[in-house]
Design a binder for this molecule. Structure first.
Ligand code: CP
Ligand code: NVA
Length: 332
């Protein structure tokens, strides 16, 4: 059966979605329909018995190449493979630096002979694109300087669990509007009909080109994107308030400048007070209490940060199944 899909709220039949063999470096590498399918598979897996899922990736190996630290991404991918009956291995530090010991292309060609899919956490995005172009197995961006698509999928799953829908909601992102988490979240919102407001100073505002890209992405789904220098204006009446660290990995030399510029964008109880009464607070973690967010907010009743962290596992299991199988047997 085929449907006409406009929003990722809608669910495709597995036959409508041809994700098998593809790579995902940015959220916009997926269509809204494909995002909807990944979310539906994630919900199915989350509600199911893990014993039933064991055979799904039996005999498959996921390679994980990490140039930066990670708790959630690394562990959730490893557990995902274990729960699906496969195996994950990690190379990090001096064993793997994209383009340092050998070209990204050579590393990708070699690893494609060993493993069935590869997760890469890296600094610059361009070597990751070269790596992906040369790989003959799916490559998943586990965070680069410009994108964190796995986080955004888990975020959408969490928002959908909270509100039962995505299209028509409003989300405010406070803080560094130029970072990887903000960029992927913004693409995800636009493609799923969630209107987005950035609250950030001019130094941390997304580029005009990226804002225009988001407007184009969101237009067919009724999503608008606006950037405000007032945190209160950005957060007014929104359904979700989201923030991330002020200084991302690899940018530690900017920490002092960022802290000074972003202090007015801290998510405090007062700021949550201008959002809708039912608003959720979200953060990709790791978090720094009393920097980007008050302890009273992140540890308070509106916070869903640990649901987000758990949903990394379910969303990534769904993504792995979509990239490595034809989703046969999964009722979505
Ligand atoms: N949110 C996230 O990606 O966490 P890690 O850096 O611990 O993987
Ligand atoms: N923006 C943060 C996200 C960490 C998960 C960073 O890149 O360090």
């Amino acid at each position: 059966m085929r449907f006409v899909h406009k929003y990722a709220d809608m669910i495709a039949s597995a036959a409508d979605v041809a994700l098998r063999g593809r790579s995902v470096l940015r959220v916009s590498d997926l269509s809204p329909l494909e995002i909807g399918t990944v979310l539906a598979v994630a919900t199915h897996l989350k509600n199911g018995r893990s014993a039933d899922q064991l055979p799904m990736l039996r005999g498959r190996t996921l390679g994980m190449l990490f140039e930066k630290p990670s708790l959630r991404t690394r562990v959730s991918f490893e557990v995902a493979m274990t729960q699906l009956g496969g195996h994950a291995m990690i190379a990090q530090g001096p064993d793997f630096m994209v383009g340092t010991r050998e070209t990204p292309e050579d590393a990708a060609r070699v690893l494609s002979r060993y493993v069935d899919a590869i997760v890469v956490r890296t600094h610059a995005h361009e070597p990751l694109e070269r790596f992906t172009a040369a790989a003959t197995v799916p490559v998943i961006n586990g965070l680069s300087a410009v994108a964190h698509p796995c986080q955004a999928l888990a975020d959408l799953l969490t928002i959908k669990e909270g509100f039962g829908t995505l299209g028509g909601l409003r989300l405010a992102y406070l803080g560094d509007g130029r970072n990887n988490v903000a960029a992927s979240l913004a693409e995800a919102c636009a493609m799923c009909g969630i209107s987005l407001t950035f609250g950030c100073p001019p130094t941390h505002r997304p580029s005009e080109a990226f804002l225009a890209h988001l407007q184009r992405l969101g237009k067919p789904y009724g999503a608008t994107v606006r950037a405000f220098s007032s945190a209160l204006r950005a957060a007014r009446d929104v359904d979700v308030v989201y923030t991330d660290v002020w200084t991302s990995m690899g940018e530690e030399h900017l920490a002092e400048r960022n802290a000074a510029a972003l202090l007015p964008y801290r998510v405090t109880p007062e700021l949550m007070g201008v959002a809708a009464k039912h608003a959720l607070f979200m953060h990709c973690l790791p978090a720094h209490r009393e920097q980007e967010v008050s302890a009273a907010v992140i540890d308070g009743p509106q916070s869903v940060v640990f649901d987000q962290a758990e949903n990394r596992l379910h969303a990534q299991k769904a993504l792995l199944l979509a990239l490595l199988t034809d989703l046969r047997g999964i009722p979505v």
